[in-house]
Design a protein around this ligand. Structure first.
Ligand code: 5GP
Ligand code: ZN
Length: 135
């Protein structure tokens, strides 16, 4: 897509610090990392978000993440990572080209990804049943 920043990174029009590439997938360092080694894994083909991405390509992205995450961790001396997708504007998606974040984590690095809410058993039960109805 002509006005997509990540498509421009795929084509080389915008430079990036590449960490991995194959015929379908590209991985490069995030320009504003939450920690050193924060890596974005994207399909080369443009899709707006994860749900818009064909299942085979979703699977391919996960395979690549499994391959490169250990190398990312070794490179920055981390023992753990969060895997993230901001899917949709309300979830914080800014770039509408499918991407996973591999975010290396360190002890006491100050990041708190979410605060859990307390829902009653009845509400949990209602939500799970409604989700199943929509499948
Ligand atoms: P989102 O909120 O859409 O999941 O995250 C988009 C990510 O892309 C952000 O973490 C942001 O720092 C990163 N980003 C935005 N523009 C560029 C860019 O031009 N180059 C690189 N390497 N990362 C970018
Ligand atoms: Zn794109």
């Amino acid at each position: 897509m002509s006005d997509c920043i990540f498509c421009k990174i795929v084509s080389g029009e915008i430079p990036s610090h590449k960490v991995y590439e194959d015929e379908a997938v590209l991985a490069f360092l995030d320009i504003h990392p939450i920690n050193p080694g924060h890596t974005l894994v994207i399909p080369k083909e443009h899709h707006n978000d994860l749900l818009d991405t064909p299942p085979e390509l979703q699977a391919k992205l996960i395979q690549v993440i499994g391959k490169i995450a250990p190398a990312v961790l070794k490179a920055v001396g981390a023992l753990a990572f969060n895997l993230g997708v901001n899917n949709g504007r309300e979830a914080g998606q800014i770039i509408f080209h499918t991407h996973f974040h591999i975010m290396p984590r360190f002890s006491n690095d100050g990041h708190k990804l979410w605060h859990g809410k307390s829902l009653g058993q009845e509400e949990l039960s209602k939500i799970s049943q409604t989700i199943q109805k929509h499948l």
